[in-house]
Design a protein around this ligand. Structure first.
Ligand code: PLP
Length: 425
């Protein structure tokens, strides 16, 4: 891929914005402002995506239908509540590269991870380990360790946390392949992130699924930081399962409904609930569980309509823009941020890989210097109106989001960071 030539000026950023084919989408989002009403530079969509303006109307419609119809809304709301998850299915399938029946919006991320681990983690004899990355998001580690203990095994033995090679921050796919080639017979399941939350590294999930399967392991993925950020092809790469949340790159709002993918080849015993029952006979309330076909059969409870409605608005914007175009813009935005940091703030260390294929929107930068400097820099940056986030002990994460960030945002964010660094020794 040829790298774009960037210039470190606001004029360049503005010209680049004028040439952006999806620039109008920014107007479809609520852009946060500071206490005096001044616009903020929001580079935190990797943590909480911004509100699509259309979300409000969709939530209000559900409230109005509830007020107007009461229980009859289950069947007679404008978007009937019983099959509500179907409103989200095609959009989620497009973003995950799944067949429509392989995805469902349901519950929340850690709950879905537990449900799928309960079905897919079947330790047997020597093959009892779960492989994750060292420094995994705490909730994933808690889920995995507690599932191991739940099976009567010891996480100190059965939880393998892979570290990056010495002196590196990120884990090359070869390292995972080599481990599985050599030790895969002891591994029951590989759980890997699409994008690692702290480093921003994006993985080639096809390579990981192939390596896991060659070694006889299940391949499961956590797409919290990759869905809506980088393209996926879960069906074609033969992933066994995947889970995600919708409040980051999917802009579903705080605590929004999560989602999961189960490859169509799997129809397994699971922890069941009535909403996963075949819908035509669900309300007979019979004692036997007959699973609905596909991922819909993994639902437990009736869906939280008010936390699912905003996602309809966001998925419509993804469809309108097309993930391919968004990814093109994202590569340019994040490339611009990298270029500006190299020029304006050469003393920060980039943790995220420099290769465009190995990252999404996010850049994680390590603030070097004496203990405490990083935190001070982060706080001073926030005071300058740049919203990013901080990860102990020394990392600021910044993510320009192609749906609503501009090149001018990236310029302002990088310039503010550079000025802050000059003042905070
Ligand atoms: C990678 C990862 N796993 C798990 C979680 C926890 O998600 P939830 O609170 O929705 O279960 C998050 C939340 O940010 C996350 O980023």
């Amino acid at each position: 891929m040829t790298r774009e030539t960037y210039e470190p000026t606001l004029e360049f950023a503005r010209r680049r914005d004028e040439a952006d084919p999806v620039r109008d989408l920014r107007e479809r989002f609520a852009l946060p402002r500071g206490e005096q009403g001044e616009p903020l530079v929001y580079l935190c969509g990797h943590s909480l995506g911004l509100m699509p303006l259309a979300a409000r109307g969709l939530v209000v419609e559900e409230l109005d239908d509830w007020a107007r119809l009461g229980v009859l809304g289950h069947e007679h709301a404008r978007r009937p509540w019983i099959p509500y998850h179907e409103n989200l299915r095609d959009g989620l399938a497009a973003l995950t590269g799944a067949r429509a029946a392989e995805v469902v919006a349901m519950s929340s991320l850690t709950v879905n991870l537990h449900l799928l681990l309960a079905a897919f983690y079947r330790p047997k004899g020597e093959r009892r380990r779960i492989l994750i990355e060292a420094g995994a998001f705490s909730s994933d580690r808690h889920a995995v360790a507690s599932q191991i203990a739940w099976q009567g095994l010891d996480p100190r033995d059965a939880l393998v946390e892979m570290r990056p090679p010495a002196g590196q921050d990120t884990i090359p796919e070869e390292t995972i392949e080599t481990y599985l080639q050599e030790h895969g017979a002891g591994v029951a399941l590989v759980l890997w992130p699409g994008v690692q939350y702290r480093t921003g590294q994006a993985f080639d999930l096809g390579r990981i699924a192939r390596a896991a399967h060659r070694a006889g392991c299940v391949a499961g993925f956590d797409l919290a930081h990759s869905i809506g950020n980088v393209p996926h092809a879960l069906h074609d790469i033969d992933a066994d399962f995947a889970v995600w949340c919708s409040y980051k790159y999917l802009n579903g709002g705080p605590g929004a409904i999560g989602g999961c993918f189960v490859h169509e080849k799997h129809d397994r015993p699971r922890l069941a609930g009535w909403w996963g029952h075949e819908p035509a006979t669900r309300f007979r309330m019979g004692p036997e569980f007959h699973a609905a076909p596909g991922a819909a059969g993994w639902q437990l409870s009736n869906p939280p309509i008010l936390s699912a409605a905003p996602l309809i608005a966001s998925l419509a914007l993804f469809e309108q823009a097309g993930l391919h175009r968004l990814r093109q813009k994202s590569l340019a935005l994040t490339g611009y941020l990298e270029d500006l940091l190299d020029r304006l703030a050469p003393d920060v260390q980039l943790i995220t890989p420099r290769a465009a294929d190995s990252r999404g929107c996010q850049l994680s930068v390590r603030i070097t210097g004496p203990h405490g400097r990083g935190r001070r820099v982060f706080e001073a940056l926030s005071a300058r109106g740049v919203i990013a986030d901080w990860r102990e002990p020394d990392t600021i994460r910044l993510a320009p989001i192609p749906l609503y960030n501009s090149f001018a945002d990236v310029f302002r964010g990088a310039e503010a960071l550079a000025q802050t660094l000059r003042l905070e020794h």
